[in-house]
Design a protein around this ligand. Structure first.
Ligand SMILES: Cc1ncc(C[n+]2csc(CCOP(=O)(O)OP(=O)(O)O)c2C)c(N)n1
Ligand SMILES: [Mg+2]
Length: 412
């Protein structure tokens, strides 16, 4: 049989590779571009918001436009404090990883505003279904830092007793659902919990986040379809930080717009500047209002850039220019909120420095306290019995046999 010559399969590439100059399209979007949508808006009403970009802080750090949430300076300073806490905490944890005190780490570098602004815009009874890139939500919900570090080490005081990778936190009291290592699974689970809240007629909304890369998984589409059909009170965020480890987002969406994918599912969809604390807060509060009024789900693309490595095991200089983050048009979320506060006479360089120093010692104290319960380099280590406990109330016979065997081997 004669084979017909076919076109070869199109394989996308990243826009810049090591050694290239980083070129991002400069943003023409301004805070005044997009009106604040009515919460009863139709899907069509949101098309401009899905293709444009909701911003509040302009290039000169002024808060403008209809999406300005008009937060008090106290609320903004609290947001700034949580973001700084996240960044300083991450730096300390990376040092712990590099000195062998914990095995693996993932930073939120450059993405601190996302979990923090969005969680601050919610109510405490709302359910959080995060990825490993939203640990900042726990600071908003009041989690003790020592407990977070103990989890990352996996020591005696780890609340999940080593049953999760570091940074895959569980915080029951804060309704922060255990982070899933297989990416994407949280999206459809979040829709299920949102429907349960609706069924029980509770004033609870569910929020979830997924990465650009993971949004190429089926889970993302199942979640959107279910949420849309059953009008689940859920906020579905795609955090487009342009990379999925070394795979550029060109491999996850052909047209480079993630927000628009909610429109055919019948879900109002908005793209928001992910490094703009005020815009994130505002859009999330709007989405919560819709959910609480039984108007159904909102789909949000959070446009940002992964400023650092994917994880402590990754070296991004192998696949993207070393300085690419310096060119991101969205800048740095902490710097932008800080400059806005300075400009409105609510903050100063001196206050900022003092806050950094205070948080630095808070993190240092928590670190010293946490390692008392053991770290990876020095121990003490949890008992090997923990492998067999905590899962079954009554372990089945075959595990009991293995447990006995382990004890014989261990105690020999
Ligand atoms: C189902 C599954 N496939 C692959 C992996 C390995 N993996 C872990 S994180 C990741 C990249 C995810 O990228 P993205 O969704 O964009 O999130 P980001 O890390 O950028 O926040 C991959 C491929 C995994 N954990 N689970
Ligand atoms: Mg990503």
């Amino acid at each position: 049989m004669v084979k017909k010559k076919t076109e070869s399969i199109h394989v996308p590439d990243a826009p810049h590779r090591p050694g290239d100059e980083t070129k991002f399209e400069q943003w023409s979007w301004k805070p005044e571009d997009l009106n604040r949508l009515d919460i009863e808006c139709s899907v069509d009403d949101a098309i401009n918001h899905a293709t444009g970009l909701v911003r509040v802080l302009d290039d000169d750090h002024e808060a403008k436009g209809e999406w300005n949430p008009n937060l008090t300076s106290e609320e903004l300073i609290l947001g700034l404090e949580h973001m700084l806490r996240m960044r300083i905490f991450d730096e300390r944890m990376m040092k712990m990883q590099r000195t062998g005190k914990l095995s693996f780490y993932m930073r939120s570098f450059g993405e601190e505003a996302i979990a923090i602004a969005q969680t601050m815009a919610l109510k405490n009874q709302d359910w959080l279904f995060p990825t490993y890139r939203q640990p900042g939500a726990q600071f908003v919900r009041g989690r003790d830092m020592v407990s977070m570090i103990c989890h990352c080490i996996g020591n005696e005081e780890d609340n999940v007793k080593g049953r999760q990778m570091p940074v895959h936190y569980t915080y029951r009291e804060g309704r922060y659902i255990s982070v899933s290592s297989p990416v994407g699974t949280q999206f459809s689970q979040a829709v299920g919990v949102a429907l349960a809240s609706k069924y029980k007629e509770l004033d609870e909304v569910t929020i979830t986040w997924i990465g650009d890369g993971a949004s190429a998984e089926g889970d993302y589409h199942y979640a959107l379809n279910f949420a849309s059909i059953f009008k689940a009170p859920v906020i579905l965020n795609v955090v487009n930080n342009q990379w999925a480890i070394s795979t550029h987002s060109n491999f996850a969406s052909n047209n480079q717009n993630f927000a628009i994918r909610g429109i055919p599912y019948g879900i109002p969809s908005i793209r928001v500047d992910g490094n703009d604390f005020l815009a994130l807060y505002s859009v999330t509060k709007w989405a919560r209002e819709r959910a609480a009024k039984n108007l159904g789900p909102t789909h949000i693309e959070v446009l940002t850039y992964r400023a650092g490595a994917h994880s402590s095991s990754d070296d991004p200089s192998r696949y993207r220019p070393k300085d690419s983050n310096d060119f991101w048009p969205g800048g740095d979320p902490i710097e932008r909120l800080k400059l806005h506060l300075v400009q409105t006479n609510n903050w100063s360089e001196k206050m900022h420095k003092e806050l950094e120093e205070r948080i630095d010692s808070e993190v240092m104290d928590a670190y010293k306290e946490a390692v008392k319960f053991g770290d990876l380099a020095n121990g003490p280590y949890p008992s090997s019995d923990a492998i067999f406990t905590e899962v079954y109330e009554t372990p089945p016979w075959h595990l009991l046999e293995q447990w006995d065997e382990m004890k014989r081997w261990r105690d020999e």
